[in-house]
Write a protein that binds this ligand. Structure first.
Ligand code: ZN
Length: 417
């Protein structure tokens, strides 16, 4: 089948072939386009550490739409350059064009929007699959009454007291960093991040990359955070997740190769599937199985002031929860396609993601704010995990090598399928 991309490449090659050295100029146009879209969408520019003078004054969306189209054709017309770089820039530019269409008020189905912004076809999740996941957890949790209530009671026992969140988070970060450095010894010198605790956000944590191998990590402490979540956040936002990903892109692509397109990160773009997918996959890669249990029991439970004799049971139930991890995608799909109301979506998340009402409400707020972005987590993780498995097998050194390959090269979701 002739895709839109093939058509663009053919059209461009026939009419206006450009030399590889033109790519840097097109990359600069791409950065300026992303920054210009940011005037219309406060969430869009997630990170930017390039020249300040590239930020323009506000331009109308129809002009930006024309620029996105002509830039895509120009990128497609380059011959003889680095193909992975060219493909990345083209994919990102086309997604920017899609974001402009949404900002202009065009409406698409959930699946269509996900494909336009993230180059991905998120899976459907059957009710039977989720019911089976619930049943397994149901058998593992003692007592009577609805599973939602029993799970909430069980999980509350592993919530970290507010006064101990910071020390527990820092202990998790220290472990994740040590383990990551073992496999990626050449992390940029001076890499570091600051931590802030915030409230009233639709997310549970956020990495704001500042450039110069420096991040700001914000953690939302409005709702209780449990032991597994704090460890996940340390890995996902820090090591080997977003902080490492951004620092490697800056060091290896922006600084070493002069590929300026990486000094900007548009949130609603295929790059986010790579970013979230690697962050979730990396959180498991860096510490899993018995080692994860031992670290939680011997270090995190102590830091949090919780009873370590409960660690094995907590760990077992956490593993079972993974059977429900795609439930939020299904919830978002039904909500955004109008098949379920807000109240029905809250009930669905409580039943199939086993989230207490306050957490389900935060999740729906996330859907309202970031829409199809939700696919990038569990589905992105699956794509990354499958690719690493296919190319590297089980051996840890090979898996880390494949993982770093994704973290530090131009990759789009389609490259990993
Ligand atoms: Zn993330």
């Amino acid at each position: 089948m002739l895709t839109r991309r093939h058509a663009l490449l053919a059209l461009s090659a026939a009419s206006c072939a450009r030399k590889p050295q033109d790519m840097n100029a097109l990359a600069e146009r791409y950065v300026k386009l992303i920054l210009a879209i940011g005037h219309h969408d406060a969430n869009y520019v997630d990170a930017y550490y390039g020249p300040p003078e590239w930020k323009s004054s506000q331009q109308p969306l129809d002009r930006l739409s024309t620029e996105a189209s002509s830039l895509a054709i120009a990128i497609g017309g380059i011959t003889g350059g680095d193909l992975s770089r060219q493909n990345y820039l083209l994919t990102q530019t086309q997604a920017a064009g899609s974001r402009i269409r949404l900002l202009r008020g065009e409406k698409f189905s959930f699946d269509k929007e996900a494909q336009m912004l993230y180059e991905a076809h998120p899976p459907g999740v059957s009710g039977a699959e989720l019911e089976a996941g619930r049943e397994t957890i149901d058998k593992a949790l003692p007592g009577s009454g609805p599973l939602e209530d029993r799970y909430a009671k069980f999980d509350a026992r592993f919530a970290i007291p507010a006064a101990r969140v910071d020390r527990t988070f820092k202990a998790a970060i220290a472990e994740a960093r040590t383990r990551t450095r073992k496999w990626i010894p050449d992390l940029p010198g001076g890499e570091a991040f600051d931590i802030e605790y915030v409230k009233d956000k639709s997310w549970s944590a956020y990495n704001w990359y500042k450039g110069g191998a420096h991040s700001l990590i914000q953690v939302n402490i409005e709702l209780p955070i449990n032991i597994d979540r704090i460890l996940h956040l340390a890995c996902h936002e820090g090591y080997p997740g977003h902080h490492v990903y951004n620092a490697l892109l800056e060091a290896r692509l922006v600084n070493q190769r002069g590929w300026v397109e990486y000094c900007v990160y548009p949130l609603y773009s295929p790059q986010s599937l790579i970013a979230e997918g690697t962050a979730d996959y990396g959180a498991n890669l860096v510490i899993h199985g018995e080692e994860r249990l031992a670290f939680k029991r011997d270090v995190l439970f102590k830091e949090a002031g919780l009873d370590p004799t409960l660690a094995a049971e907590q760990h077992k139930v956490q593993q079972m929860l993974r059977a429900l991890r795609h439930a939020p995608i299904q919830a978002a799909r039904a909500y955004m396609d109008g098949a379920k109301s807000k109240e029905e979506t809250l009930a669905y998340l409580q039943r199939y993601a086993l989230q207490p009402k306050a957490m389900a409400e935060r999740r729906v707020r996330f859907f309202d704010e970031h829409r199809t972005y939700i696919i990038n987590y569990s589905f992105g993780e699956d794509i990354v995990a499958n690719w690493v498995q296919r190319t590297a097998g089980q051996e840890p050194a090979a898996r880390w090598k494949a993982f770093v390959e994704i973290l530090s090269n131009p990759r789009t979701p389609a490259n990993l399928l």
